[in-house]
Design a protein. Structure first.
Length: 459
């Protein structure tokens, strides 16, 4: 019995020593694993200052930071496990989307997402959906978007989401008014059915007043001008910047609720109380002349024989209206004129943007100046016209129809190799083919285009 008890105690000591040895080995393995796994996360932080780390990466158009690079926060925490606050690698514009405790301190240009967990991000963005490197872009106010444990006390709490955007940049040009701001604003805000607060930077009061019906159609609330007071506004959801897909258009596959340019033009007709939502078919109204709107230009790219074109159109059966659209035009009145027409024609330029007021199935005729501008013309107005369910006709002038013939000899690269100008940059293309050129349309050639537009009204 004694031997049995001795054997049992001996066995117990062996098992106890084995158990302690196993625990020791496992502990070493766990510790070494922790060191190996943790080291890549800690080292980058230890080589930097104690200031909040800013995402850094490729960005050649003005915004600082990128969603492509790992973001390292306090204690080396890898923030790629969650979605970044901002996306700045998009070539069109920066966009930040935030949910939670969001605070704007107007005087500091800072937007803060309060994060008790210690998440640490910092972005510098310009909330305008067209990046650039010129003075117009650089004048846009830069905002700081960051996450932080600490934030100043709220003074005004909002129960609706907010959209922060700039109305600076290239505004004042009708094309940029729509493609850079009004279409992106519709795309970003329409999903909220008016229950959204607009916070605007770089305010141009004349510009806001001009498009006030659009703002009122998208938001039920008075605009907040960023930086005008010392209040701390607090929100639960915020978008900084505007969504933008392409020139003067929307990609329904990427848009909330499948919004398209058809929805946008419906919104514009409703906003400006435009009565026509369809063209007048010639068979249905044989005694009513189709209306042709000629968009006039007085500076560059003017039609020098516009009176002869109007006369020819009248001979074909059109009622002709000629009007010039510029930044000083009363947009409500001009929208009514455009909506009353069945066909609109003009040389490539901002005035063609008014096609957003045309009734569906109307026809847009774009006259493309000399200089291999067909791709630009189609991108800016041709594709958008089709997205609006408009008929589109493109007329490229010949060298003989260009007033450049009076400025350059026939064997000049302007005529022999216009593509070479494109290889040397947009500024040269703009000054040569956009600013120095007017057009004198060939009546015989252009007659066929006007007739084709009539045929569209017969189908």
């Amino acid at each position: 019995m004694a031997n049995k008890m001795k054997s049992t105690r001996s066995s117990g000591r062996v098992e106890s020593r084995s158990f302690r040895l196993a625990v020791f080995i496992i502990g070493c393995l766990v510790l070494s694993t922790f060191v190996v796994v943790s080291k890549p996360q800690i080292d980058p932080f230890l080589t930097r200052s104690s200031e909040p780390l800013k995402p850094i990466g490729r960005n050649n158009l003005g915004a600082k930071g990128t969603a492509d690079s790992p973001k390292l926060g306090m204690k080396g925490e890898n923030m790629n496990r969650g979605k970044p606050l901002c996306h700045v690698s998009e070539r069109r514009g920066d966009l930040c989307i935030m949910d939670g405790d969001i605070r704007i301190h107007q005087n500091t240009s800072s937007i803060i997402l309060v994060e008790p967990s210690g998440r640490n991000e910092l972005w510098r963005v310009r909330p305008y959906p067209r990046k650039g490197a010129d003075n117009d872009f650089n004048q846009i106010r830069e905002l700081t978007v960051k996450s932080s444990k600490e934030a100043i006390q709220c003074t005004i709490n909002h129960s609706i989401p907010a959209i922060v955007f700039s109305v600076s940049g290239y505004t004042g040009n009708l094309f940029h008014d729509f493609t850079d701001l009004l279409v992106p604003l519709f795309l970003t805000a329409r999903q909220f059915n008016g229950e959204v607060q607009f916070i605007v930077t770089d305010v141009k009061h004349w510009w806001i007043d001009k498009y006030l019906p659009v703002f009122r159609g998208l938001s039920k609330y008075q605009l907040i001008e960023f930086g005008r007071d010392d209040q701390v506004h607090c929100f639960k959801h915020m978008i900084v910047g505007l969504r933008r897909h392409k020139e003067l258009s929307i990609d329904p596959t990427k848009a909330p609720h499948g919004y398209s340019m058809v929805h946008f033009t419906q919104f514009m007709r409703s906003t400006y109380e435009l009565g026509r939502d369809t063209v007048a078919r010639i068979e249905e109204y044989p005694h009513k002349k189709p209306r042709l709107l000629i968009i006039s230009r007085k500076q560059s790219r003017a039609i020098t024989n516009v009176k002869r074109i109007a006369q020819m159109a009248e001979e074909l059966g059109y009622e002709v209206v000629a009007a010039e659209a510029n930044s000083l035009s009363n947009i409500t009145r001009f929208a009514q004129i455009v909506n009353s027409c069945d066909v609109m024609m003009g040389v490539h330029g901002a005035g063609l943007t008014n096609m957003v007021f045309l009734p569906p199935q109307a026809t847009v005729i774009q006259i493309v100046p000399w200089g291999r501008l067909e791709t630009i013309a189609r991108k800016d107005f041709g594709d958008p016209a089709k997205d609006m369910k408009l008929n589109y006709l493109q007329y490229s002038i010949s060298a003989q129809e260009s007033t450049l013939m009076k400025l350059y000899p026939r064997n000049h690269p302007v005529f022999k190799n216009p593509s070479s100008f494109h290889n040397r940059g947009w500024d040269l293309v703009k000054t040569t083919f956009m600013e120095k050129q007017n057009v004198k349309l060939d009546l015989s050639r252009f007659r066929d285009v006007l007739w084709k537009a009539l045929e569209n009204l017969m189908q």
